[in-house]
Design a protein around this ligand. Structure first.
Ligand SMILES: O=C(O)CCC(=O)C(=O)O
Length: 269
């Protein structure tokens, strides 16, 4: 099993077509009655996760738990002279390609261990319940994007999986995406292709790659293969859980707010 956390292994999937995200919103809304229970997942949540490869848990963390992390990030950005009082201070970081910026900022900001550990612990039991297996938090990372990165688009994104498993029938792990602050649609949230974890054969995968390269209505084409794009936007404290076989990508932050998320990768023992 390889763990190329920082390196996209699907670089040949560069061009996507911009369009709406209606299918994913409908999917998320259908889950709303289920989302408040934590730790033990309901059979409905487990079955949704198995079929779509992700789960949205609205308000999984109290805002009081994520607020200190947000404050720490803002303090760090100020200390590093990257961002303060609504202004970007570092021209070199602002001018970096959007996705390099994420990696750079995640490397620069010191993690606040105490709060990160609390999040990791709280999510662990929920994830173990979903995986029905023992899971180990292998790696955590802040996902920060500066505002105003340009027009939001589905073109030129970096679709990838972080772990390649020798057995495509077995889920290698679950990745948690935690919203540290509110993230509006088109605000730089991670995008995922729901259902892509079930692409079994080389033929199926190649067809999806082709769809992602085409300039037509990509979402329509994905929909006909029972695939849909999920934009992990929401409010501080929301949690998205994703089967690590699901294709996902960073996206452009076209809003005027910093995108603040954190991710933890849990591998199945
Ligand atoms: O910055 C992002 O939202 C992308 C995150 C990602 O691709 C990953 O954690 O593997």
């Amino acid at each position: 099993m390889t763990k190329p956390w920082d390196v996209a292994n699907d670089k040949e999937l560069p061009w996507l077509q911009q369009s709406r995200l209606a299918a994913s919103v409908a999917e998320l809304e259908s889950l709303c009655p289920l989302v408040h229970s934590s730790k033990t997942m309901t059979p409905e949540q487990k079955s949704f996760f198995r079929e779509r490869g992700y789960l949205f848990l609205k308000g999984a963390f109290p805002k009081s738990q994520v607020r200190p992390i947000k404050e720490h990030i803002l303090d760090e950005l100020k200390r590093l002279k990257v961002w303060s009082s609504g202004k970007t201070l570092s021209a070199s970081i602002k001018n970096m390609p959007a996705f390099q910026q994420i990696a750079k900022l995640s490397g620069m900001i010191k993690q606040n261990d105490l709060h990160a550990k609390l999040i990791i612990q709280t999510a662990s039991s929920t994830i173990a319940s979903l995986a029905e297996a023992k899971v180990v938090p292998a790696q955590s990372q802040l996902l920060i994007s500066l505002p105003n990165q340009g027009n939001w688009t589905l073109n030129g994104l970096n679709w990838h999986t972080d772990v390649s498993s020798s057995n495509p029938h077995r889920m290698p792990g679950i990745q948690a995406f935690i919203l540290i602050d509110d993230v509006k649609p088109h605000g730089g949230a991670t995008l995922a292709i729901a259902g892509s974890h079930l692409l079994r054969s080389r033929n199926e995968s190649s067809r999806v790659r082709e769809i992602l390269r085409e300039k037509g209505d990509v979402e329509e084409a994905l929909h006909s293969s029972n695939l849909s794009i999920v934009e992990m936007s929401g409010q501080a404290g929301d949690l998205y859980l994703m089967d690590m076989r699901v294709l996902h990508t960073p996206s452009i932050n076209s809003t005027s707010s910093i995108r603040m998320m954190a991710t933890v990768r849990y591998l199945i023992e």
